[in-house]
Design a protein around this ligand. Structure first.
Ligand code: MCA
Ligand code: AMP
Length: 503
């Protein structure tokens, strides 16, 4: 990533030759900033293959959390490409959509996946004329001349579900990423002596920006895991390895359940380790007040809740110093302009009146890839319209919900009901279907499928789940199935989702 100047080329300030501080820690070993710097530059050189600049070529990554992921992401940026991080748990049709939509030309993958997956990936890449590479074969032996990247250039495409059927590619520039990172560094007091676990998926902002990029930018230690493994992470917590902890509410719920099942001594060893951390952050979905209070009672930590979105990075945060209010997301971050708008499109100036959150500033994405219509629709007078409804109470924002019933938040993942419905409707036994998120203590919202079957057919949840496995990511698969005689519809023929939720 470039600095503000066009002449000075700095990737991340801490990433430099001779910096012997540990940047990444994995179960396979540790990498210093100096090691990582060299690896990233070799990756950039390998990707360039003698060219001077990748010129925004889209290169996808299908790599679980680890040094190879970080090397590839930063290597693509360093060489002037656009990184397209993909979901390692994604089903083939989802990967195909992302690769096609982003017009990816090369895919760097971790080929230690299971054999069926590798074969399927080879066939897919061949069909799409995408070159399939591994990290080892891409890394160059030495470092060649690397380009200077202007901040306004595109850096990353992340796929996010919305009110449309298929996920859209959110394009962030180097300037966006820099702004998203630097506002958090200041707001949450990041320091080089910080140490943080990273177990969140690496195809979303929470893991990529809030943890990985903030950590590496500051010169902190990032302990990176391929997935969330409760025993592994809690062992490291107990050993007091971390000063910071950032997760989605579902993970805090799961940790509480895990702690409650331990004997008092083991529980105390972990809760006291949380107690001495500098900061615990919750986000990506609403943190219920009950959870906020439970966490405080158990660990003494006052969770810092913040609000963000793929298109804007983080927008609103409770303060690091000052009151962290339960059930509220705090105040706009420095450099992020936030306002609430009423239905007529006017700014709401007073407290206690709900409106749509709109955001402006350097953190806001550039565009939806190759989709000028969707981009134009999502901005009004330069403000990005989030679709989230909030109210300001004594200066603090509180999220009240979303304007669309077709967006579901499950375990921190944003899911499109329409996308899941579109897939379920291809099931040979399903005549009609509607998908909704039903309130759930663990997941926030749980995906529920309401279906009307074709005459004479029957369908069980296990059958439906098995059918979904090859067609969608595991976290999109319905947790509940309700078979109905008829779908509740309004006079226009539209399914009345609130009625379904009441069922
Ligand atoms: C796993 N399962 C889920 C989810 N995750 N079901 C619904 N929703 C989910 N999110 C299912 C699995 O398919 C499996 O089903 C069962 O739950 C247990 O799976 P397991 O892998 O053991 O679960 P886990 O490892 O405990 O995963 C839960 C998780 C994960 C760690 C909370 O969902 C996760 O990493 N979520 C974070 C997502 C995230 O980073 N979002 C940020 C988006 P079965 O038993 O039937 O096989 S960025 C964003 O939102 C903005 C910018 C922001 O503000 O941050
Ligand atoms: P994503 O598109 O995956 O980046 O998800 C962004 C969405 O997550 C936002 O539009 C909100 O609906 C939701 N979200 C993020 N943080 C919070 C929070 N603290 N409270 C409530 N909703 C949140």
């Amino acid at each position: 990533m470039s600095s503000g100047s066009h002449t000075e080329q700095r990737v991340f300030p801490a990433l430099s030759i001779g910096n012997t501080a540990v940047a990444l820690q994995t179960t396979a070993g540790e990498w210093t900033y100096s090691d990582l710097h060299e690896r990233v530059n070799k990756m950039a050189s390998g990707l360039l293959e003698g060219k001077t600049d990748l010129k925004e070529e889209r290169i996808a990554l299908l790599i679980p959390g680890g040094v190879d992921y970080v090397t590839t992401l930063l290597g693509i940026w360093r060489a002037g490409g656009i990184a397209v991080p993909l979901n390692v748990a994604g089903a083939l049709p989802e990967l195909e959509h992302a690769l096609t939509c982003a017009q990816v030309t090369r895919l760097v993958a971790c080929l230690s996946l299971d054999t069926d997956q590798i074969v399927a990936l080879h066939i897919l890449c061949q069909a799409l004329k995408i070159e399939l590479l591994t990290v080892a074969e891409t890394l160059a032996d030495g470092v060649g001349k690397l380009p200077v990247i202007a901040p306004e250039r595109r850096a990353m495409i992340l796929f996010t579900s919305g009110t449309t059927n298929k996920p859209k590619g959110v394009v962030s520039t180097h300037r966006n990423i820099r702004a998203q990172v630097t506002t958090l560094l200041e707001a949450w007091g990041w320091q080089a002596k910080d140490s943080i676990p990273l177990f969140l998926p690496l195809h979303h902002i929470h893991g990529i920006i809030n943890i990985l990029c903030c950590g590496l930018w500051t010169g902190a230690r990032v302990a990176i895991f391929p997935r969330f493994d409760m025993d592994q992470v809690m062992t490291q917590v107990r050993l007091r390895k971390y000063t910071l902890f950032m997760a989605v509410p579902t993970i805090y719920v799961k940790i509480i359940q895990y702690l409650e099942a331990l004997d008092a001594g083991k529980r105390e060893a972990i809760t006291s380790a949380f107690k001495i951390m500098r900061l615990n952050v919750s986000g990506s979905a609403a943190c219920p007040v009950k959870l906020f209070n439970q966490w405080k009672a158990l660990t003494g930590q006052t969770l810092l809740e913040r609000y963000g979105m793929t298109e804007i990075g983080m927008g609103i945060s409770n303060p690091y110093l000052g009151e962290r209010r339960a059930g509220a997301v705090g105040v706009p971050l420095k450099g992020v302009e936030v306002a609430l708008f009423d239905d007529a499109g006017a700014v709401i100036a007073q407290d206690d009146v709900p409106g749509e959150i709109r955001v402006r500033g350097d953190t806001v994405f550039l565009e939806y890839w190759n989709n000028p219509a969707a981009t134009a629709e999502s901005f009004v007078d330069g403000w990005f319209c989030t679709g989230d409804v909030a109210v300001r109470e004594k200066g603090y924002y509180r999220i009240m919900g979303r304007s669309s019933v077709d967006i579901i938040k499950s375990g921190g993942y944003k899911l499109s009901a329409l996308e899941i419905e579109g897939t379920l409707l291809t099931h040979e036994k399903i005549a009609e279907c509607a998908v909704a998120g039903i309130d759930d203590d663990t997941w926030g919202e749980a995906v529920t499928a309401f279906v009307v079957l074709k005459p004479g057919q029957s369908l069980t949840l296990p059958e439906l789940k098995a059918w979904c496995e090859s067609r969608m990511s595991p976290y999109k698969i319905p947790k509940t199935l309700r078979v109905l005689d008829a779908m509740p519809r309004n006079a226009m023929g539209k399914v009345i989702k609130p009625d379904l939720k009441r069922l």
